[in-house]
Design a binder for this molecule. Structure first.
Ligand code: SF4
Ligand code: SF4
Length: 446
């Protein structure tokens, strides 16, 4: 089978060790975290924030509704553990979102909402039932910005999309949360994707996965074969991609698959009639369809420069502090990022909660040498997947030369973090360039 990819990008320098670490991570047993308390933000997605529907002192069970948005542009939020609501106040997240948050103290009784029950009549669910369930599930994209999945499906249907892509590639070297689901629950991921394809009214489903994951590819193939008769009305295929980063970015995946660039401000739904969901999102929807369980927990990959990475199943709202209690020596970290090594945001407080879109926590323990001047090695140019010259853009930003930046197409930056990741001088390029790109795009639309 032809393997797809894109030009430029990078593979980590540590080659074989990297491959070994990645394989170990997705094979390691999944740890389950039971926190003392959770702080659940009312805005974990793009769109309308939720208003709390509980008060301090209320008892809640896992899966109970605790926040609802005022319109369908948001998604509801649910309790991720059972316990007592102890606080409702404002919170500011590392992604600069400020919103209300509900704190629940764990009663350690693991009580589950009475609404969560195995569904006996799955086959009888109509497409409009599935659509309602999708909104009620509170699912938003679990690998990106957090677009409500319901909103994405409605838009896909309106635009007459004909293909659903399941993104099983990862956009950063040490992420393996999606792979864990595919390895252990390939059938559920497939069933979730099929349910989403029903909501979007799509008949063609393509799983996109890196070629190095032989076991996961086999698990997916087995799931496809097993469910072939049930989904006779749809075409299901698996496409292989070369391992190269940041392959998981939507724009690069579409380019590799269709040979088409998505112009700025446009979506794949309009340009190639395809809608993209990641494997964790598909898994989460299969939980809703099968047992009415909304999105209350997710897998987070814990990795770092001196630890062996692993995956932890975490109730939404768990603090980074409680997760890192299980990682020996984490308190001596120089820096902790909320997210992966390339796109994660450095956090100043360990009280920050995990939200629906948090894929990873990255621990950086090694002493970071002071930032050096650019040595003009060109490594960042070779790594930039959209053909920019990050070192030059960074210099233009320092000099405040906006026009030249625009002449260098700064607005094309997809904030993938590859340039900072590969820079031998340790220069933080991507944050500055991504901000300048955002400003350039905003001024272009005025
Ligand atoms: S963050 Fe922007 S400039 Fe840097 S590699 Fe990615 S796309 Fe290129
Ligand atoms: S990778 Fe770093 S040192 Fe090399 S050209 Fe780019 S900014 Fe300069």
């Amino acid at each position: 089978m032809k393997k797809l990819s894109f030009k430029t990008g990078f593979m980590p320098k540590d080659g074989l060790d990297f491959v070994h670490q990645r394989k170990f991570m997705r094979e390691a047993l999944l740890e389950v975290c039971s926190p003392r308390e959770v702080t659940i933000p009312m805005k974990q997605h793009i769109g309308t924030p939720c208003d709390p529907v509980v008060s301090v002192g209320d008892e809640v069970a896992m899966g109970d509704l605790i926040g609802v948005p005022s319109d369908m542009n948001g998604v509801p939020v649910h309790a991720s553990i059972s316990g007592t609501v102890t606080k409702i106040d404002m919170i500011r997240l590392p992604n600069k979102v400020s919103c209300k948050a509900v704190t629940i103290k764990n009663d350690l009784r693991r009580r589950v909402s009475s609404k969560i029950q195995p569904r006996k009549d799955i086959a009888k669910l109509s497409l409009s039932d599935l659509s309602k369930l999708l909104w009620q599930s509170g699912i938003c994209g679990m690998g990106g910005e957090g677009v409500p999945t319901y909103t994405k499906c409605v838009r896909a249907e309106k635009m007459g999309v004909d293909t659903l892509l399941v993104n099983c590639t990862q956009s950063e070297p040490f992420l393996s949360c999606d792979l864990h689901h595919i390895r252990v629950n390939a059938t559920k991921v497939l069933q979730g994707a099929m349910a989403l394809s029903g909501v979007c009214r799509v008949k063609k489903v393509i799983f996109c996965i890196e070629d190095m994951w032989e076991d996961e590819i086999a698990a997916l193939q087995m799931a496809v074969d097993k469910t072939k008769e049930r989904y006779m009305d749809r075409s299901i295929s698996i496409r292989l991609f070369k391992t190269r980063f940041p392959q998981g970015c939507q724009q690069l995946l579409i380019k590799a698959l269709y040979g088409v660039e998505i112009p700025l401000g446009r979506e794949p739904e309009e340009v190639v009639k395809a809608v993209l969901f990641n494997a964790s999102t598909c898994f989460a929807f299969s939980e809703m369809v099968e047992k009415n369980q909304p999105l209350v927990s997710r897998i987070v990959t814990i990795s770092g420069d001196t630890i062996t990475g692993h995956n932890v199943m975490v109730p939404i709202g768990t603090s980074v502090e409680e997760i890192l209690e299980r990682v020996p020596g984490a308190h001596s970290a120089q820096r902790i990022a909320w997210g992966g090594a390339m796109t994660g945001v450095a956090i100043g407080s360990l009280k920050v909660p995990i939200i629906k879109t948090t894929t990873a926590i990255t621990i950086i323990r090694k002493f970071e040498p002071p930032r050096l001047n650019c040595i003009h090695c060109g490594t960042c140019v070779g790594a930039c997947p959209v053909g920019l010259s990050p070192y030059l853009l960074n210099r233009l930003i320092e000099l405040g030369q906006t026009e030249q930046m625009e002449a260098e197409s700064v607005e094309q930056c997809i904030a993938c973090g590859a340039c900072s990741y590969v820079c031998p001088a340790g220069i933080e390029l991507s944050t500055n360039i991504a901000k300048a790109a955002h400003r350039a795009r905003r001024s272009a639309t005025r």
